[in-house]
Design a protein around this ligand. Structure first.
Ligand code: PLP
Length: 439
């Protein structure tokens, strides 16, 4: 009997024993193409020599020194690299161990910033309906994923939810994408006015939506309008790029493609690429300055923040991206994968939408393409697709995001940035095999 407390107690996953490039290998020797990077984590595959060496070398020198006492070379180097590459003014980097921690830090920083500048009434969080920001209580409260929130609702701080920019579901007939984006962004303004602008602390959104409905890309102009609204009412804009950041959508930060800069951005997953648990929150110099010149102390922290071996890993990951021009490969393979998906599975009667950016692609499954009606949730289509794909040797990430109060079925593809053209065919062939069994 295993003493591990697993996620799913009624299933018994195989044991992963090795990684080889884009593949994971189980104890029976079966190879799985990692088509989702776990959940958009393994951007360098599973056996990157440079990252492994960097982590080992760092542990040989210094594994950990508590940030209450020390800083370290790798933490300084990684912060310098991120700040130099981040969009305008995000000059300070706060390290954590993962995505939920990054979001918790962002929310607490937003609150403390307003306390420091003498606006203690600002406490409301506005977030989006189709969103996921993590599983700890603060991050869960800030997310709109209903089935994840529901059991814990009595423990969650109140959050106001506005619709996400989800064109497949929200765009009205005869409305252009730009008009839809503007109309959806304006819902934020309406929510701010309803709550009272002087009480609103922040708006948090994933730049490209991930774990709730699968690679939902913003409409053109949506985030520019969001930025305008946040500026108008002095509301902090937090972009959660835990999943879509670190090159996944074809630029290091996904918001670069929106032409805006947030006040705070969170990253994780791809930063450690699965070789170390690490995340970060980057904030504007203005926010940092307000605290530096105020109490001079961010009232937050975890034991492992700024972990030296994890930071060394992040440095090696960023160097790998640049030395091997991997983000260009994300754009190239992403475009090819999308074309292949559209031509091979796009016409399937139960495929409603194929969307995404770079190597961050989502497929939404529906009963009927014309009505876009989702499957009955009791059928568990996304879960069955995950299982069938796994049997066929493909790891893909199933999602049951909420659509009008019901769970819909989506599959997210987020393969490693090191994939080549042959992998495009492998993903599509194996996904088609799974679909043929389930749909
Ligand atoms: N934010 C986003 C956008 C995510 O997709 C996730 C995880 O999927 C998180 C936060 C939480 O990250 P973690 O699971 O590392 O705590």
């Amino acid at each position: 009997m295993s003493h591990v407390f697993p996620r799913h107690m009624k299933t018994h996953p195989p044991k992963a024993v090795a990684g080889d490039g884009c593949y994971l290998i189980d104890a029976a020797g079966k190879r799985y193409f990692d088509g989702s990077g776990g959940a958009a984590v393994s951007c360098l595959g599973h056996s990157d020599a440079g990252v492994r060496k960097a982590v080992k070398d760092q542990i040989d020198k210094l594994a950990f020194a508590h940030t209450g006492f020390f800083t370290s070379d790798p933490a300084e180097e990684l912060a310098d690299m991120l700040a130099a590459r981040a969009p305008g003014g995000l000059g300070r980097v706060y390290f954590v161990s993962g995505g939920s921690e990054a979001v918790e830090a962002a929310l607490k920083l937003a609150r403390q910033y307003y306390l420091e500048i003498g606006q203690p009434d600002r406490r409301h969080i506005i977030a989006r309906k189709q969103s996921y920001h993590g599983n700890t209580l603060g991050a869960l409260a800030a997310g709109g994923n209903e089935w994840r929130r529901e059991p814990f609702a009595p423990l969650l701080i109140e959050t106001t939810l506005v619709p996400a920019c989800y064109a497949y579901r929200g765009q009205a007939e005869g409305e252009s994408l730009e008009e839809y984006g503007r109309r959806t962004a304006d819902e934020l303004e309406a929510a701010i006015l309803k709550l009272g602008p002087e009480t609103v602390m922040c708006f948090i959104a994933e730049t490209v939506g991930g774990a709730t409905a699968g690679a939902i890309t913003p409409a053109p102009g949506y985030f520019a309008r969001i930025r305008e609204i946040c500026d108008k009412y002095g509301v902090l804009l937090i972009l959660d790029e835990v999943m879509c950041g670190m090159g996944r959508t074809g630029s290091l930060f996904a918001c670069e493609q929106e032409g805006i800069s947030p006040d705070i951005v969170t990253i994780a997953k791809g930063l450690g690429a699965g070789y170390q648990p690490i995340g970060a929150m980057l904030c504007s110099n203005e926010i940092y300055g307000a605290i530096e010149h105020g109490t001079g102390f961010f009232q937050h922290g975890h034991t492992y923040l700024g972990h030296a071996a994890a930071a060394a890993c992040g440095v090696a990951v960023l160097k790998a991206f640049e030395e091997r021009d991997l983000i260009a490969n994300v754009r190239d393979k992403g475009a090819k994968l999308r074309v292949a998906l559209e031509s091979e599975v796009g016409q399937h009667p139960h495929v409603g939408d194929i969307r995404g950016r770079g190597l961050f692609l989502g497929v939404e499954f529906v009963v009927d393409r014309a009505t876009k009606a989702p499957f009955d949730p009791s059928l568990g289509i996304a879960g069955k697709l995950k299982k069938a794909a796994f049997e066929a040797g493909l790891i893909c990430y199933p999602m049951s995001g909420t659509i009008d109060g019901r769970r819909g079925d989506h599959v997210l593809l987020a393969p490693p940035f090191i994939m080549d053209d042959t992998h495009v065919d492998e993903i599509v062939t194996k996904l088609s095999t799974a679909m043929a069994q389930v749909l």
